[in-house]
Design a binder for this molecule. Sequence first.
Ligand SMILES: [Zn+2]
Length: 121
Amino acid sequence: MLGALECYERAVHRVAQDFARRGAVIQPVGVYLDALDALHVCFGRRGQTQEGILGSLRPTRDLELAIVEMADLLQEKEFDEGDITWPGCLPGHAHPPTATLSGGVACWQCPRSHESVFLIG
Ligand SMILES: [Zn+2]
């Protein structure tokens, strides 16, 4: 389980960088392992000190998969902030892209054409 925690700690940096770069309000700030060995992500909102906790993250030792899991969870939070197409799909698409693994790399992918829109990070 320690391996998964370390993996998610590394994922926080990549996901935070991606969310900041693409103008998200939500930012991951850390990961937290509870007494029942469930992994949760702590997040904040840009410009605010109050934080929330979301979970659970699926245990993995694959950094790219950890990034996909975390980005997927936090994208839902970004939708809750009212930005329901964040981070934006291909030109002319009104739906949001989906966090997924493509060729073993975390990316935002169009749910319709399955084209990669951007790498996550
Ligand atoms: Zn699309």
